[in-house]
Design a protein around this ligand. Structure first.
Ligand code: GTP
Length: 910
């Protein structure tokens, strides 16, 4: 293809030094010490935001490896959009988004901070001169951006997942020196699983050794997508980052050294040819590659290319942006990923990234129908549910007593009064504002003062106020429409992950009618905790404070677990990683001021029965809450066999999979599946104890409570099948309540567990982790040796042989597209330093996991052997190695390992 000089018509000739028109009139949000503070820019913006059409909304997140620069980039975004007066600095601890004291102290992001801002801040885009803005571009008019900053540390993966489900798009930030790192890969695949469109920002290009081209090739090789290079670094002759080259607009964007980045020199191609011919030539190459790539994935681009007489440079920037948007928004899985360049810390390249967020990422209406859950087996799309396609719901309901079955008409009627539904995706205790519940509204409009039915807790709370959050500033609003993110202050019960429903005429206690009353938006599974600490109040008087503080911690973070040992009275706080618990401890002691003694961090082992017990019956008879009640339960336990139950489920057998791979089997020899008795000789269930709801729930609660503490070592029970035989004639009395049934079940299961352990002692199980380690080539041998011999791990793959293995192990269900490395366009890296890679885009050796001299090892290793591993890895790799890990499974320990652990723990577990 012949390169042609760009025409005047498209790009003009005169370079213009453009200073933001907003610079002088930048709107600031003054941090108000109280919510009722005087109106600020945030107030103004909030009014605009609520009135903003949904097409002018972007709910985006920033995902990346720890330290890639998410917080630094967010701070610049807030600064350029006029929401902060000065640029915050992570290293000084003055950032707006990392607002928890623990985050500021550690310089890492712990909780997602959801903040809103408008880009561009006013009618015109502030960094481009008017004559250079395309009035038809989406980024030409203000768009309301709700930005959720997600944490990068592996311990917070659940927090990342939690935020991902409310996002419509994501910016993935890469460190231009480190390239694609292990955690990036993990979060990337999670985002892909949720079908979240992504764009990439290669940051830190000012740093020594930065290699943009190499990073671009890694995006292709390790993330399995086609990088569409939209921006390239503009280096000076001595390797200083001068700015970025805009491949879409074919221009150079120069940033003054040491400036705040608001002043941008915009140089058209012709000027660039005089100023820096090298960059001009590279921009043309990049533009050709971009058009070629888009033509392969977007038919419209092929037409435009033909219309432009096959001149890659003559296609307008608007056409290219539109094509990129089609690829990003409409393709699942996403095959083309736009890549931008910059250095947030040097205030370089952030405004083009903001434009890309508006121009390329979808609005809430352009997203697939969100998933909902209506019962253990009923899942579907929200829109399908709201439009009355309720067939699956009816099926589930028919298992209930016929008098309670819901007709399709009734269910449709129930939907008519549904005002709004929202997902509480984050709960934060703000020192000044109290508990804030962050929500995303999925349908209807949530109005201030509306009573909200919590479909999981089954209670009602009133949203007395609604807020929009602008970093540290909160603005009262009257309502929050579908697609928007907002905050409800003052709720007492709602937790992260709960679904809140606003429903006209709902009874405050009983809630809306079925099936609306138990609809769950975007449910996610909480992974098992693997570490725990014991927590004790420093005095009796502190007990209440501690209980309240722990309740709040659990509302904020459902991946934390609290259990109280009924016998010793000791409280255990369990979490997913050492850092996770350290942060929880800091939160408890530092922020929530709980006066507690906290034990050392220990591994959360489990224990499992090895032989079946006999059947045990226990009777519970006690005063519960001022009412005498009595109930009985009959239980036995046995080792659970994987997938061994499907045939055993029948009319009189109900099987439930519980946490920790325990299984509950309830047999009702005298009751039919709907709870009616099989013959007149047998009593039926009382009205207030329907089988499929109240009774099952009570038996499950009792079983779970018993399984929280094993009979020999006090660790939670794992891989155990609990059999309950239930017969109203034997287990129900006139004074039986659900609570009494639950307690009787707990006693019977505990007794059965003890009886099994008497026959043969339980065996301990330990968490085994799936570990992904990134090391340099030279240290590969010693790290592999250490993992497989000293740590008892088994190596599953080495990435250079098959770079997709890592992904396959963590997210096997996700399709990755085949990328031909020789077809990836990436500019040369003239200043990449010692381990510089080939500048040829066809260099396969560069692509196959070896791009920045790093190799990946995936191995399964017992968690115990990974405690304190980072320090050891650093010493083996000269400080360069990193790793991430997730729980793979719990495995039985050998007798020798178990004895060693018990000995170390001081061992009196009998
Ligand atoms: N040289 C250079 N340093 C940067 C750049 N962006 C960020 N940094 C530095 O990198 C470090 C990490 O930046 P953060 O913004 O805290 O990174 P993060 O991704 O938010 O980190 P977590 O919140 O811990 O996940 C800080 O010391 C920043 O000053 C950049 O463009 N150039």
């Amino acid at each position: 293809m012949v390169l042609r000089c760009i025409t005047r018509k498209h790009y003009g000739l005169v370079a213009s030094r453009y200073i933001s028109q907003n610079a002088a009139t930048t709107r600031h949000i003054t941090t108000s010490s109280h919510l009722n503070a005087a109106p600020t820019a945030g107030h103004e913006a909030a009014k605009t935001a609520t009135a903003t059409a949904i097409s002018k909304t972007r709910n985006i997140g920033i995902i990346a490896h720890i330290d890639a620069g998410k917080t630094t980039t967010t701070e610049r975004m807030l600064y350029y959009s006029g929401y902060s007066r000065r640029i915050g600095d992570v290293d000084e601890g003055s950032t707006v988004t990392d607002f928890l004291p623990a985050e500021r102290a550690r310089g890492i992001t712990i909780q997602s901070a959801a903040i809103s801002f408008t880009w561009p801040p006013s009618g015109a885009n502030p960094w481009l001169p008017k004559e250079r803005t395309d009035p038809k571009a989406l980024s030409a008019t203000p768009c309301n951006i709700n930005l959720i900053d997600t944490p990068g540390h592996a311990d917070f993966t659940f927090e990342v997942l939690r935020s991902l489900r409310v996002l419509d798009g994501a910016v993935c930030i890469l460190d231009g020196v480190a390239g694609v790192e292990a955690q990036t890969e993990k979060v990337w695949l999670q985002a892909q699983k949720y079908q979240i469109p992504r764009i990439v920002f290669v940051n830190k290009l000012d740093r020594e050794g930065a290699a943009f081209g190499r990073t671009v090739r890694e995006v292709g090789a390790r993330l399995g997508v086609w990088p569409a290079v939209c921006g390239v670094p503009w280096w000076s002759e001595v390797g200083r980052l001068r700015g970025v080259g805009d491949v879409v607009g074919l221009r150079g964007l120069g940033y003054a050294e040491g400036g705040d980045g608001k002043e941008v020199d915009v140089l058209c191609l012709q000027q660039l040819e005089m100023e820096d011919a090298g960059l001009a030539a590279e921009l043309k190459k990049a533009r050709i590659a971009l058009v070629e790539l888009l033509s392969e994935h977007d038919d419209v681009m092929v037409e435009k290319f033909l219309e432009a007489h096959e001149d890659h440079l003559a296609i307008s920037a608007a056409e290219i942006t539109a094509s990129l948007r089609r690829c990003v928004v409409n393709q699942h899985p996403q095959r083309v990923v736009p890549v931008f360049a910059g250095a947030s810390f040097r205030n370089t390249g952030v405004q083009p990234l903001l434009d890309a967020v508006v121009d390329l990422l979808p609005n809430p209406e352009e997203r697939p129908d969100p998933e909902i859950k209506l019962g253990p087996e009923t899942r579907g799309g929200l829109a399908a549910f709201l439009s009355g396609k309720l067939d699956t719901v009816i099926t589930t309901e028919q298992t209930k007593p016929s008098s309670k079955a819901i007709s399709k008409d009734k269910a449709n009627l129930a939907l008519q009064n549904l005002e709004a539904c929202a997902l509480a995706f984050k709960v934060v205790s703000d020192p000044r504002r109290g508990v804030l519940v962050y929500i995303r509204v999925y349908s209807g409009t949530l109005a201030r003062n509306a009573p909200l039915w919590n479909t999981i807790l089954q209670n009602t709370e009133r949203a007395q106020r609604l807020l929009k959050m602008y970093a540290n500033d909160a603005v009262d609003v009257e309502n929050i429409p579908a697609g928007q993110i907002g905050v409800i202050p003052g709720l007492k019960f709602a937790r992260t992950g709960d679904t809140l429903v606003s429903y006209t005429g709902a009874h405050p206690k009983n809630g809306p009618p079925a099936p609306v009353n138990r609809m769950q938006l975007r449910p996610i599974n909480v992974p098992p905790p693997v570490f725990f600490v014991s927590v004790e109040p420093s005095s009796l008087a502190e007990e209440k404070n501690l209980r309240e503080a722990l309740e709040l911690l659990l509302r904020e973070d459902p991946s934390l677990h609290v259990s109280v040992d009924e016998e010793s009275g000791q409280t255990h706080l369990a979490g997913m990683g050492e850092l996770h618990l350290e942060i929880a401890r800091d939160r408890l002691v530092g922020d929530l001021k709980a006066k507690v003694r906290i034990g050392g961090i220990e591994i959360g082992y489990r224990e499992s029965v090895t032989v079946p017990s006999g059947e045990v019956t226990e009777v519970f008879e006690r005063d519960v809450g001022g009412r005498w009640s009595k109930a009985a339960a009959t239980a036995s336990v046995e080792p659970a066999v994987e997938d061994g139950m499907s045939e055993a489920v029948g009319k009189q057998r109900h099987v439930f999979e519980l946490a920790d791979r325990n299984r509950l089997v309830i047999t009702t020899p005298t009751l039919n599946a709907d709870g009616t008795s099989t013959s007149e000789d047998h009593p039926s269930l009382p009205e207030d104890l329907p089988l499929n709801t109240v009774l099952h729930h009570a038996l499950q609660t009792g079983t779970s409570a018993a399984c929280a503490r094993g009979p020999v070592h006090n660790y939670p029970v794992h891989s155990t099948q609990i059999n309950l035989t239930f017969n109203p004639a034997e287990h129900i009395f006139p004074s039986t309540t659900p609570a009494a049934l639950s307690s009787a079940t707990r006693l019977a299961v505990q007794s059965a567990l003890r009886s099994s352990a008497k026959i043969n002692e339980t065996v301990m199980m330990e968490p085994v982790m799936m570990v992904t380690i990134s090391v340099n080539e030279e240290s590969l041998g010693s790290v592999v040796h250490d993992i497989s011999s000293a740590r008892g791990g088994s190596v599953i793959s080495l990435s250079s042989e098959d770079s997709s293995d890592t992904a396959a192990t963590s997210t096997s269900s996700i399709a990755r597209i085949d990328i031909d490395p020789s077809k990836i366009y990436a500019p040369p890296d003239p200043f990449a330093g010692g381990h510089a890679t080939s500048t040829s885009s066809s260099s396969n050796s560069v692509l196959l996991g070896n791009a920045n001299g790093t190799r990946q090892i995936v191995a399964r290793v017992p968690l115990k052997e990974m405690v304190g591993y980072l320090r050891h890895l650093r010493s083996l790799t000269g400080g360069r190695g990193t790793f991430t890990m997730v729980v793979d499974r719990f495995e039985r320990m050998s007798g020798q390992r178990q004895r060693a652990v018990l000995q170390r723990l001081g061992g009196d577990y009998g």
